[in-house]
Design a protein around this ligand. Structure first.
Ligand SMILES: [Zn+2]
Ligand SMILES: [Zn+2]
Length: 290
């Protein structure tokens, strides 16, 4: 398969964590483009999960900045970048989740199209440990050694030299943990170290799968043409609340409609009742259930 707007074009992918392994086949097969990874791009400048480099902006803007940097570096007109985040699930706060964004920026046609995936499939986890046995128990719980680990003195360590990332063998974990525990030993206090899962894509196959799904969702978004001019990426970008209460018809905060707008011709279209229901439960109504 290919796509008339992208076939036979070269897209640069801003990554140094092997994301091309999952994003490449999906985009190349569906769109007919060729994906290239430019050398000399330091994506860590846009923030690291280990917090030694802070993310300059929110997730969406950071994804865009990475893609723009790849375009600058290569002089190309088509770029892909991805950015992930981890934290409590927005509606189930006791569950950890992973939100992945993949963006396509097409300078030749002035398009910026996003695919995203929110998943509770993640090993995102941290622990403070005071013995090698505790470290090994944590490692087993989070899918080590297929998934990498990070060892650092404390959760707030920011000195890059003190953060050991990408630990993927038990021999190395034992060595790093033993040395770290010894260094942390002070009179009157017990030794301790901070361990966390390495969330970089190359060390985390579970995250790679979520990135693959976000890339597939990007393809789905690209394959939706504007009904007026045919430009790709005709996706809802605006949510309109106001779903009427089933009892009193008053508008509630629930979604009444989604609006899509074409980035090229500005054509707008409303999709009514995207959640498949035309009224809200009175329990959600500010009048019936104040
Ligand atoms: Zn259009
Ligand atoms: Zn009501």
């Amino acid at each position: 398969m290919s796509h008339p707007w992208f076939a036979d074009r070269i897209a640069v992918l801003a990554t140094m964590h092997r994301k091309e392994q999952v994003i490449g086949p999906i985009l190349e097969t569906a769109l007919g483009l060729t994906l290239e990874v430019p050398g000399g791009l330091d994506t860590d400048q846009f923030g690291t999960f280990t917090r030694d480099r802070h993310r300059p902006n929110n997730q969406k803007i950071t994804a865009r900045l990475k893609a723009e940097r790849a375009l600058e570096l290569t002089g190309g007109d088509l770029a892909i970048a991805s950015e992930g985040s981890f934290g409590p699930h927005p509606s189930l706060p006791f569950l950890a989740c992973n939100l992945e964004l993949v963006v396509l920026i097409d300078r030749a046609n002035n398009l910026e199209i996003y695919g995203q995936e929110l998943s509770t499939e993640t090993n995102y986890s941290q622990a403070s440990i005071s013995s090698l046995a505790e470290a090994l128990a944590f490692a087993q719980k989070v899918g080590f050694p297929e998934h990498g680990l990070v060892v650092m003195p404390t959760a707030s360590t920011s000195a890059a030299a003190e953060i050991v990332k990408g630990i993927v063998s038990e021999a190395e974990l034992v060595k790093v943990v033993n040395a770290g525990l010894e260094r942390s030993q002070r009179p009157q206090t017990s030794p301790s170290l901070h361990l966390e899962t390495d969330m970089r894509a190359l060390c985390n196959p579970t995250r790679m799968k979520v990135i693959a799904q976000a890339a597939a969702n990007l393809v789905a978004a690209i394959q939706k043409p504007c009904p007026s001019c045919g430009a790709p990426g005709f996706e809802p970008t605006e949510r309109q609340p106001g779903l009427p209460c089933a009892l009193c018809r008053a508008p509630t905060l629930l979604t009444r409609a989604l609006w899509s707008q074409c980035q090229r011709c500005g054509f707008r279209q409303e999709m009514l009742f995207p959640d498949g229901r035309e009224t809200a439960d009175p329990a959600q109504c500010p009048y019936c259930n104040p």
